[in-house]
Design a protein around this ligand. Structure first.
Ligand code: F6P
Length: 350
């Protein structure tokens, strides 16, 4: 290739839950690195596992052909972090040294970006690229993947409206959103939900029942209730499903929609059905908007690496892509715009 001694060498990895647009970022990283800087890009398999175990491939523009519309990640992903192992950081440094890498572009969510910040402190240069359908990364107005997830969920809600009307039923739709309700709020707004439950605002099942009963009095039997998986009933009002915790300390959510559907049916006497969208909103091709954002992030991440601005993340501020210190991102969560919830969405909770 174009690369010669002294020229930049970058690692790239995708970490945590997958999301539409990961491949678009990888493609943009490789294109920018190769064409603008004659740099070589090494792609690590399954996030930090590939770095720890030296499992990687050299990525070229040729290898990235056809990637733009493809969901998932060609590199694979995992939740493994170097800090889970006593010699983790040492092993990361060893791989970097062996491959002659200047730094690593970490495409990840809150957990992975926090680890990237810590690694920078420990002498492993990283640039962060925020990724998650949940849109809960601080320091960026939006993450790629979010728009696709909202689009798929909205499409599902549109479809549920017609079957709900045909049967005069209430439909509960559970969507992902572990700590935040961005997807539920946006898809609920876009899909004309009768009410929306989000983790940021503990809910009262009586309020949900009241909405359904009010609608029924008006002859509007069909209702859509959108529930983010991380939603919680107000203290002492309902029993929660029991959530298991995986090996990474991640609670395996899912089930609150079922609790809501069951209680709604029991209390209102109205027929109620549950649809859990789950991983459907995370799979498949990214929306055009997410492809553009992912591409802009990938190009900007390489430019930051070329400027030696390690310890930064690329973020969207308004319409601009800007560098954000990982220090300002790590350990934080971007919650929903509560004005949008209370001042706009609630107008339609009836
Ligand atoms: O973090 C994104 C997310 O979609 C969460 O909303 C969800 O709880 C989680 O991923 C589940 O992912 P996995 O089962 O892959 O851990």
């Amino acid at each position: 290739g174009l690369c010669h001694a002294g020229c930049m060498r970058l690692g790239v990895l995708t970490s945590g839950g997958d999301c539409p647009g990961l491949n678009a970022v990888i493609r943009a990283v490789v294109r920018r690195a190769e064409r603008a800087f004659g740099a070589e890009v090494i792609g690590f398999a399954d996030a930090w596992r590939g770095v720890l175990e030296g499992d990687y491939e050299t990525l070229t523009v040729e290898r990235c052909r056809g990637l733009l519309p493809r969901g998932g990640t060609i590199l694979g992903t995992s939740r493994i972090q170097p800090y889970q192992f006593d010699d983790g950081v040492q092993r990361v440094r060893k791989t970097m040294f062996r491959l002659g890498l200047d730094g690593i572009i970490v495409i990840g969510g809150n957990g992975s970006l926090g680890a990237a910040r810590d690694l920078c402190v420990d002498g492993v240069p990283c640039i962060g690229v925020p990724k998650t359908i949940d849109n809960d990364v601080a320091g960026t107005d939006e993450t790629f993947g979010f728009d696709t997830a909202v689009g798929v969920a909205t499409d599902a809600i549109d479809r549920l409206h017609t079957t709900a009307e045909a049967h005069e039923r209430a439909m509960v739709v559970e969507v992902m959103g572990r700590d935040v309700g961005h997807i539920a709020l946006h898809a609920g707004l876009a899909g004309g939900a009768a009410t929306i439950l989000i983790p940021e605002v503990p809910f009262h099942i009586d309020d949900v029942v009241a909405v359904i009963e009010r609608r029924r009095k008006l002859g509007r039997y069909a209702s859509i209730v959108v529930v983010a998986e991380g939603s919680m009933p107000a203290e002492g009002t309902l029993d929660m499903p029991s959530y298991e915790t995986d090996e990474f300390g991640h609670r395996r959510l899912g089930g609150i929609g079922g609790v809501v559907a069951q209680e709604l049916e029991r209390r209102s006497g109205m027929e109620c059905r549950l649809t859990t969208l789950g991983y459907v909103v995370r799979g498949g091709t990214p929306s055009s908007r997410d492809r553009v954002l992912a591409t802009r992030f990938g190009v900007a991440a390489v430019d930051l690496a070329a400027e030696g601005r390690w310890g930064s993340m690329v973020g969207l501020a308004g319409t601009s892509v800007v560098p954000v210190p990982l220090d300002e991102v790590a350990g934080r969560i971007k919650t929903c715009d509560l004005d949008l919830y209370h001042e706009v969405a609630e107008v339609f909770f009836s």
